[in-house]
Design a protein around this ligand. Structure first.
Ligand SMILES: [Zn+2]
Length: 252
């Protein structure tokens, strides 16, 4: 009996070890690249809040929740306020042998009433509205590099699109109910998007837009520590659920 119990324990320990996956979290922007800006008045003083600072805080919270699970391990493409090229960010995925790549961003548009959260998974599409978001987030990729990236993107997308969609669905399901019920935020949906940082990572990957920096009340919420924690906790839940249920062998 003892021998059987020991054998089961050892098997399960091996089981959980082999199933553990690596997640590379990518806080958007950094250094000179502020990303989207929010203008918030506080005590008659105008404060400019940068997307790069909020994405770093949110990504660190997601990492904390994933690592606390002790089932999988999360890493960051940057841990301080520094500029990292899209190319370098994606190369880190190879370096740490990441299973999935999740980029965190905050939205911006000229329409100040635009609001809500959306989740993009790596795939081709012809949606004009999505192309506007891509233009903002792909702007570090230009010229010759952009041509190379386009070819690479097509090849990678074909291989990882179905798993990227499943990952995106799992995260979006986890955040959707919570953000709509608790914060009355608009669900803008799960959409295909062609972001170079995702394609270059060559992994199942998603890009999150947590809300609009250009919407005043949403910007106030995005900079709130408690909101950041709730958002991060649910993103982590979605990632863990995907990794736990993903029986497909590692693509790389
Ligand atoms: Zn961004």
């Amino acid at each position: 009996m003892l021998k059987t119990l020991l054998s089961i324990t050892i098997t399960c320990l091996l089981c959980s070890t082999t199933m553990a996956k690596k997640v590379l979290l990518d806080p958007g922007h950094g250094g000179d690249d502020c990303g989207a800006k929010a203008k918030i008045w506080h005590k008659k003083k105008l404060n400019i809040i940068c997307e790069k600072d909020l994405t770093l805080k949110i990504a660190k919270e997601i990492r904390k929740y994933i690592n606390q699970s002790k089932r999988h391990t999360a890493y960051l493409t940057r841990i301080t306020d520094k500029a990292v090229s899209l190319d370098k960010r994606s190369k880190m995925a190879d370096h740490i042998k990441a299973d999935i790549f999740v980029s965190i961003h905050l939205n911006a548009t000229t329409n100040k009433s635009a609001s809500g959260f959306e989740t993009f998974y790596l795939d081709n599409h012809d949606d004009v509205a999505v192309q506007k978001v891509e233009m903002v987030e792909n702007k570090d990729s230009s010229g010759e590099q952009k041509e190379i990236n386009s070819i690479l993107a097509d090849l990678v997308v074909e291989r990882v699109a179905p798993q990227s969609k499943r990952l995106g669905q799992s995260i979006h399901d986890a955040i959707s109910t919570k953000l709509q019920k608790r914060y009355k935020l608009k669900d803008r949906g799960l959409k295909p998007g062609l972001f170079y940082v995702l394609a270059l990572s060559k992994r199942p990957s998603v890009l999150l837009e947590a809300g609009f920096m250009t919407n005043h009340s949403e910007a106030l919420l995005l900079k709130d520590q408690w909101f950041q924690r709730v958002y991060a906790k649910n993103v982590a839940r979605g990632i863990i659920k995907y990794l736990d249920s993903n029986t497909n062998p590692n693509l790389f």
